[in-house]
Design a protein around this ligand. Structure first.
Ligand SMILES: NC(=O)c1ccc[n+]([C@@H]2O[C@H](COP(=O)([O-])OP(=O)(O)OC[C@H]3O[C@@H](n4cnc5c(N)ncnc54)[C@H](OP(=O)(O)O)[C@@H]3O)[C@@H](O)[C@H]2O)c1
Length: 331
């Protein structure tokens, strides 16, 4: 196994660069289903074998089902699909939870989910603990191989862990710009052996040459839901001018290694403790950066690079103070 793979759990090896499927859910450009499936096969051939998706990402789960039908039989076991359960807060009885899990199994055409990542919108509604309890029972029944969370804060992960539930991972926003996980989440996960899967690591594409030296975008320029989401982050972090300073520093590091802004930004997070993988959004059939992203594993950042980046990020607002712990932006 080389650096591009990691064991998320005993029997679950994943690609450390995961393909993110939020981008097929709408608001990221028109997706043609056939082109999307063909593109998925290309990602797999390239070694990007792990998909991150959710029950709420439009057709994502059924794309996995169709993609799996087209994969040669001997390739099937090399592919992993990590979905999410994102229910509206309400009663979480075993039959309700099982109903949704069965739907994911059916859509993805699998007997058991590799990893189910659970999201909860409202901590004032304590049913999240019933959901976890019943998901654990479905794990015993064999419908779920591993349980993870997404966007849970440290306080609630602690509650869940102390009740004895075994969590493999939490999926959180983590980038050069958004370092909130480092305050509480990373130390907690280090202690309890929980991995982080990260998103927003490329800020929807803002962390790329395309935006280096470019004027502040207008609302109409933010053509994907992802760019809209992370533009707000840039504003809260310190604004466009400081972001340009950061892009410039990253570009200097990228030049030093004959690399790209996206690669430096991804590697910066991939090297962080407890980070098992970085999820990079894939606009299937519209755009792709496979060749560039495959170079991430040849890149090694040194302490001088970290100092250069920290000299800019230390001038920003503290996003933990502004937004709070991981996932607070959703609550
Ligand atoms: N749990 C959650 O709440 C949550 C929230 C958001 C996302 N996610 C997950 O994380 C995934 C990532 O999505 P994201 O919205 O955070 O986006 P992202 O990964 O930060 O950005 C993706 C965009 O970056 C650009 N890009 C990728 N590689 C590049 C390269 N080498 N050079 C230049 N540009 C490059 C592409 O833009 P172009 O297409 O324009 O070229 C791509 O669409 C989602 O699909 C989803 O699976 C989870």
């Amino acid at each position: 196994m080389n650096d591009s793979k990691i064991f998320l759990a005993d029997n679950l090896s994943i690609s450390r660069i995961l393909n993110g499927m939020w981008q097929v859910s709408g608001s990221h450009g028109q997706i043609n289903p056939e082109s999307a499936i063909l593109d998925m096969l290309e990602y797999h051939k390239f070694g990007f074998t792990t998909w991150d998706l959710a029950d709420i990402y439009g057709p994502a789960e059924s794309y996995i089902g169709e993609f799996r039908k087209r994969l040669p039989l001997n390739e099937l076991e090399k592919s992993q699909a990590l979905t999410k359960f994102v229910p509206n807060p309400g009663p979480m009885t075993k039959s309700i939870v099982e109903y949704y899990v069965d739907q994911s199994l059916h859509n993805m055409d699998v007997d058991s989910l590799d990893l189910l990542q659970f999201h909860w919108w409202d901590y004032d509604n304590p049913n999240y603990l019933n959901a976890i309890d019943n998901l654990s029972k479905l794990q015993v029944d064999g419908k779920i191989k591993h349980l993870g969370l997404t966007n849970f804060d440290t306080k609630r992960i602690k509650i869940i862990t102390e009740k004895g539930f075994k969590l493999v991972s939490n999926q959180v926003q983590y980038s050069i710009l958004d370092r909130r996980p480092e305050k509480l989440m990373v130390p907690f996960c280090q202690k309890y052996g929980i991995h982080l899967l990260t998103y927003g690591t490329l800020l929807g594409g803002f962390l790329s040459e395309k935006y280096l030296g470019s004027p502040e975008p207008h609302r109409a320029d933010l053509t994907t839901a992802s760019l809209q989401k992370y533009y707000k982050m840039i504003e809260a972090w310190g604004g466009w001018s400081l972001f340009q300073d950061l892009l410039y520093e990253i570009s200097k590091i990228a030049k030093k290694y004959d690399s790209s802004i996206a690669n430096v930004s991804t590697k910066f997070i991939l090297d962080k403790p407890t980070v098992a993988g970085v999820i990079i959004g894939a606009r299937l059939g519209i755009s792709e950066h496979r060749k560039d992203n495959a170079n991430i594993f040849d890149l090694h950042l040194d302490s001088q690079d970290y100092d250069m980046l920290n000299s800019i990020t230390s001038k920003s607002n503290d996003l933990f103070a502004v937004i709070g712990d991981c996932g607070n932006e959703y609550r």
